[in-house]
Design a protein around this ligand. Structure first.
Ligand SMILES: C[S@@+](CC[C@H](N)C(=O)[O-])C[C@H]1O[C@@H](n2cnc3c(N)ncnc32)[C@H](O)[C@@H]1O
Length: 257
């Protein structure tokens, strides 16, 4: 999508109107008016807050669901040894590393790490993504089995560049900083999953990734982990200390100290 998408807030059920109006105000978005050419609706539904493309063809509403069968399966299969992301983190959860997921997105990677026992601070700069994650966290926290995992996720709406710069200035250095910025070519791939397409249309490409990487390198007390598509070029000219290469993704690990 070449220009910024237009988004309106909409409550299909009028009982959610007050909540929807408050969210519209908070995010500085219009409330739905019929006949306007919106790209997306931010749906304030009974059971979830979601996003729906209403361009042709319209999509089904999308929302983050930490209780979904797919995530549940992945979570039950994950182990510290098998999960490449955990190996990339390189410090055991029992050692209580401070981990920052500086590009939270749909929070799936953070959820997997939390289910392996890590506490994670998630940074997301898009107010809409932040709202979707926050809603998913609130819903999943009601589930007695998911709650102990969900309680390990600490979500902050912030631009990671300035947030990390502030941490650095205060000498609060996290052990690991995880970066999974948008990768431009994902847009062209036929295999791009629907939810990733939605995410990409909402936030566009991350054009300041090099700056984020530089700040992360200065800040991380142990390592910076960068997720890339398996065959993608390195994020910058700096060579990683080592790589872990999976079926579709690759982790480039930069040991910092
Ligand atoms: C590809 S997605 C991450 C997907 C995520 N790893 C997951 O498992 O769902 C990238 C996200 O990083 C966010 N992002 C990029 N740069 C950021 C920054 N400097 N500060 C905060 N969020 C950022 C984008 O808004 C986008 O939501």
């Amino acid at each position: 999508m070449p220009t910024k998408p237009t988004i309106a807030v909409f409550a299909p059920n009028p009982v959610n109107l007050a909540k929807a109006t408050a969210i519209a105000q908070q995010l500085n978005l219009p409330y739905f008016a019929p006949g306007q050419p919106y790209d997306f609706l931010l749906l304030i539904a009974d059971q979830y807050i979601g996003i729906q493309s209403i361009r042709t063809p319209p999509t089904n509403p999308f929302y983050i669901d930490f209780l979904s069968a797919k995530l549940h399966y992945r979570q039950t299969q994950a182990s510290l040894r098998k999960e490449a992301l955990a190996r990339a983190i390189g410090i055991k959860p029992q050692e209580n590393p401070v981990i920052i997921d500086a590009t939270a997105g749909l929070a799936r990677d953070s959820f997997i790490l939390a289910s392996l026992g890590y506490n994670i601070t998630l940074l997301e700069r898009s107010p809409i993504l932040h709202l979707l994650i926050s809603d998913a966290i609130q819903r999943a926290a009601q589930d007695p089995i998911a709650a102990p995992i969900i309680n390990k996720l600490h979500l902050i709406q912030a631009d990671a560049i300035s947030w990390l710069q502030n941490q650095h200035a205060a000498n609060l250095l996290p052990h690991v900083i995880y970066l999974d910025p948008m990768f431009p070519e994902r847009r062209k791939s036929a295999q791009v999953k629907k939810d990733m397409q939605v995410l990409q249309s909402l936030v566009g490409n991350d054009s300041d990734t090099e700056q984020l990487f530089a700040v992360a390198l200065a800040c991380a007390a142990a390592r910076v982990v960068v997720k890339r598509p398996r065959l993608a070029p390195l994020l910058t000219k700096r060579l990683p200390t080592f790589q872990l290469i999976g079926k579709s993704a690759r982790f480039d690990i930069y040991i910092t100290r």
